[in-house]
Design a protein around this ligand. Structure first.
Ligand code: PHE
Length: 367
């Protein structure tokens, strides 16, 4: 009996499987980190063991910065001994962290980083979300075909790979339909947009498209409305945090943005169960990023199960061979060559100070 007890206790000490979660928990986009963490915590509660061992999630804050993202993932791998990493959230940070994951041959799965460069040329980095060529095209299609916009000013955050890329993909498709574009620049953390807005107004913009993150989108919207801009305000998935509405208030009412998911438009059986469990645990409906965080965790655990080993290299191979995985945000099949799934895009709006589902754009319609 003593031997068995000793064996069991040593198993529970040494038999812990560590998964890293590299997130922007403080800094410019901390709202994103918090949302993803909530999804991971729920997933961990539902599935806390794999291969008969306990899973421990080790959280690492990147302070929303590239260098900290790179340092953080190195620490997770070298000091904590994680066998896989969920993260980062924003593309610039995932590009930085992904270089390290690739060198150290440890799989990283981003819940939400949509820039193509995140996985390009890599074997160890994958993601559970669509990529920006698709998102930018979807947003342009919606702008032209549904909203009938012909003249737009695109606000690009030149410090964010995500914003630079998404702007380009939007502009490419928008121009293809004969749209006219003015592009203006800003930087993460900027507070004051009057110079860019006066250009946008002089241009006669029917829409202002802000391809960055929630803080600046909210401020641009506020300042645009106070200058009397009556046209459409559009954005990408970077708009999706409750802070957009907290900061932007009535100025973000009626904004449209492309996104991955909405809790009122469940796509799988898992989506429905996920929403119920999330509401029970947190008392609010899940944001997109919580659903994506949930999916990233569950997909990694599934890959460990299929690989039947804790060897990072074999888990990476298993991640790349996942097909028809039933996630909260949709059915996920990872392309073995690119590490990217193909998923549908949704358009959300702000209605009565809440995110509401507006439209769905199927990936297969976006050739
Ligand atoms: N797609 C964004 C990026 O790559 C991150 C994001 C995804 C933010 C979903 C909010 C919601 O930087």
């Amino acid at each position: 009996l003593l031997v068995i007890a000793l064996l069991l206790s040593s198993l529970s000490i040494f038999g812990v499987i560590k998964i890293g979660a590299l997130l922007p928990l403080t800094g410019g986009v901390s709202a994103f980190g918090d949302l993803v963490k909530k999804g991971i915590e729920l997933a961990h509660e539902e599935k806390g063991t794999v291969l008969g061992q306990k899973i421990e999630v080790v959280y690492m804050d990147t302070r929303s910065e590239k260098t900290e993202a790179a340092n953080g993932i190195a620490r997770l791998i070298d000091k904590e001994g994680v066998i896989a990493v969920i993260g980062e959230v924003i593309s610039g940070n995932s590009i930085a962290a992904g270089e390290i994951a690739e060198k150290k041959k440890v799989p990283m799965v981003s819940p939400s980083s949509t820039n193509p460069l995140v996985t390009q040329g890599k074997k160890f980095v994958s993601r559970v979300c669509f990529i920006d060529p698709l998102q930018g095209t979807a947003l342009a299609e919606f702008a032209v075909k549904t909203l009938k916009i012909k003249k737009a000013t695109v606000f690009t955050d030149v410090e964010q790979d995500y914003s630079v890329g998404l702007s380009n993909y939007f502009i490419e498709r928008f121009k293809k339909y004969g749209g006219q574009v003015l592009q203006v620049q800003y930087k993460s953390g900027d507070q004051e947009f009057s110079a860019q807005l006066s250009q946008a107004l002089a241009f006669g913009s029917e829409a202002i498209v802000v391809t960055g993150y929630y803080n600046e989108i909210a401020l641009v919207a506020q300042q645009a409305r106070s200058l009397g801009f009556k046209g459409y305000i559009l954005a990408g998935d970077g708009a999706d945090a409750p802070e957009l509405i907290k900061i932007g208030g009535r100025a973000v009412e009626g904004i449209y943005f492309s996104d991955h998911y909405h809790p009122d438009a469940p796509v799988t059986q898992v989506s429905k169960k996920f929403v119920e469990a999330f509401v029970k645990k947190y008392g609010v409906k899940p944001s997109t990023l919580s659903a994506l965080g949930y999916d990233a965790y569950m997909l990694i655990v599934e890959a460990i199960e299929r690989a039947k080993t804790t060897k990072p290299e074999l888990i990476a191979t298993a991640i790349r061979s996942i097909k028809n995985f039933q996630g909260a945000t949709g059915v996920i099949s990872i392309d073995p060559n690119t590490g990217n799934p193909t998923k549908d895009v949704v358009i959300l709006t702000v209605k009565n100070q809440q995110f509401a589902f507006a439209a769905k754009i199927s990936a297969s319609d976006l050739k």
